[in-house]
Design a protein around this ligand. Structure first.
Ligand code: 5GP
Length: 176
């Protein structure tokens, strides 16, 4: 496999501080109520794991898997649900936890799908947002960082299945 050296875009320390703020905001907003946290696999697994440790509420954790990308760096434009919820979210407070909102297609589709299940409330936490790429406007209730139009990896995000284990958000630079 081609060797690409990641360059740090957002450090482990910056991520941890931002997650603390997001966790505090979520804890305050839901004011002691139970929430169902829906972790969007695979990319959001690390963010979700760190975020729920900073949410001081009764949390019921669910996982869904939605595909919109192939193995490369461009969107296929298709969204498919590969793993569905294991519980009912009817009349529940739901928080979707996503890694990145790029064009917005994935999260728009997922929100429409989940709204059909009649939750009491449906909020979104996303670690990253690329405003310059956005085509499908979505409200991000809890946002980690806005980033430029760069393909990022690490902290759960992959390139062709690699780099998810990195503790920071990085950018791949070929040939350095
Ligand atoms: P959207 O539907 O918003 O265009 O794309 C969302 C999905 O595309 C994300 O959940 C993520 O899986 C993937 N994605 C978008 N931008 C990036 C990126 O810069 N890096 C990585 N690794 N995945 C991305």
């Amino acid at each position: 496999m081609e060797v690409l050296n990641p360059e740090v875009l957002i450090s482990e320390e910056e991520i941890a501080l931002r997650i603390l703020d997001l966790g505090n905001a979520i804890t305050k907003d839901f004011n002691g109520e139970d929430i169902v946290v829906i972790c969007v696999l695979k990319g959001a697994f690390m963010f979700c794991s760190d975020l729920i440790k900073k949410i001081h509420l009764p949390v019921n954790l669910e996982f869904v898997s939605v595909s919109s990308y192939g193995d490369g760096m461009t969107s296929s434009g298709n969204v498919s649900m590969d793993l569905d919820l294991s519980v009912s979210i009817k009349d529940k407070n739901v928080l979707i936890v996503e890694d990145i909102v790029d064009t917005g297609l994935t999260i728009k589709t997922l929100k429409e799908y989940l709204n059909l299940r009649e939750p009491k409330s449906l909020k979104l936490a996303s670690l990253l947002f690329k405003p310059s790429r956005n085509k499908h406007p979505v409200d991000i209730d809890y946002l980690g960082f806005e980033i430029e139009d760069k393909f990022v990896i690490g902290y759960g995000l992959d390139y062709a299945g690699r780099y998810r284990e990195l503790p920071y958000i990085g950018v791949l630079n070929a040939g350095n």
